[in-house]
Design a protein around this ligand. Structure first.
Ligand SMILES: NC(=O)CC[C@H](N)C(=O)O
Length: 359
């Protein structure tokens, strides 16, 4: 069956429908990862978004459920050049198309994803619609696409119950803003005893459990939507507990301490973003997925200093907080998908917790 991708600027792409057959409105973004489509699909930070994969063949190694980064895929739609009709891998459990059907996610294939990506790079990310109805009326649809924004993002993806993962090492509190499993795995691998808290947990409850360290996870949506969470994070900042924050967590810590964020034109989504550690001068290749960024001029130099920048566009990729045991990064040291160059930041977090305990 034919399907259409309609962009808010009036571009229409015709392709074939796969996965669920339903009409959705979403924010259309692109991802340049060459592998790891399942990790991309199950990263909760994509909630409300339709993702264009620039890599031309998707689904060729099927669905390996060991690789999922949360309980289910969160995309509104999946947009690919070619969906592999057969899949082969020794860990494969099913075909990607069936997996998307089970989770009611519509896909469109047979569209020129490079052309779409070029449009998004020119115009910035846009509202879009996927539909199988050929009788669409652009005059009615385009205003709806223009006003689309992702809302209630963190609330939609966060756990509603506390979850505990036993370990005999440091006691880590992880605030689930839409966490990827590999943040939990990375802590477990280092022996940590991890408690994952729903996003609406108060700082008092978290601090009352006396963690050795706190992690703020990645997550979807506009960071400024998280008004109450930001207030709780300010209280965590005021405590002396070591903190490590990733992506949305990094943005929320900045907002909690007086800095501001803004929407990027097309964001960073992929597995090959170079970031530079400003202290050592060393460049790491990082995994990224974000559409917002901290505005450099709003950072109070008495509060935080920039630790990493993106080599491509010089945007802020990390902050170290002054007189605090707090490091935050915009990129994804937990990878999945993507390079693991910056996994050492988890080891560094262990060292910071150790230092705080011995102090
Ligand atoms: N991966 C994330 O945590 C993304 C953070 C935020 N939703 C953004 O798009 O910038």
């Amino acid at each position: 069956m034919n399907a259409f991708l309609i962009l808010e600027d009036g571009h229409v792409f015709e392709g074939k429908s796969f996965g669920a057959q339903k009409e959705v409105i979403c924010e259309v973004v692109f991802n340049t990862s060459m592998t790891g489509y399942l990790e991309v699909l199950t990263d909760p930070s994509y909630q409300g978004q339709g993702v264009v994969m620039t890599y031309p063949l998707i689904g060729n190694y099927g669905v390996c459920l060991e690789d999922i980064e949360s309980e289910k895929p969160w995309h509104s739609a999946f947009i690919v050049r070619e969906i592999s009709r057969t899949s082969s891998n020794f860990r494969r459990e099913e075909d990607l198309e069936d997996y998307l059907k089970e989770h009611d996610i519509p896909g469109i294939c047979g569209v020129d994803t490079r052309a779409i990506t070029k449009i998004l790079r020119e115009h910035g990310c846009m509202g879009g619609m996927i539909t199988t109805n050929p009788d669409f009326n652009l005059d009615e649809i385009l205003p709806k696409l223009k006003e689309y924004t992702v809302t209630d993002a963190v609330k939609t993806v966060s756990r509603t119950e506390k979850e505990h993962f036993n370990g005999d090492g440091f006691k880590v509190a992880l605030l689930d803003l839409g966490t990827k499993n590999n943040i939990i795995r990375s802590l477990e691998k280092r022996g940590c005893d991890v408690t994952v808290y729903p996003a609406d947990t108060t700082a008092e409850e978290i601090l009352g459990d006396q963690p050795d360290g706190i992690m703020l996870s990645n997550g979807p949506g506009d960071p400024k939507e998280c008004v109450q969470i930001i207030k709780e994070i300010k209280k965590l900042y005021d405590s002396e507990v070591p903190i490590f924050a990733i992506c949305l967590g990094h943005q929320l810590m900045a907002l909690a301490t007086g800095a501001d964020t803004e929407k990027m034109r097309w964001g960073h989504r992929g597995g090959n973003h170079p970031v530079k550690d400003l202290k050592s001068g060393r460049v790491y290749i990082s995994s990224q997925n974000h559409g917002y960024v901290i505005k450099e001029e709003t950072i109070d130099p008495d509060v935080a200093e920039v630790s990493f920048i993106n080599v491509n566009d010089k945007t802020i990729e990390g902050l170290d907080y002054k007189n605090k045991n707090i490091r935050t990064v915009q990129f994804h040291p937990e990878a999945c998908p993507g390079p693991q160059d910056t996994a050492y930041l988890f080891d560094e977090f262990m060292d910071r917790m150790k230092g705080a305990k011995n102090a």
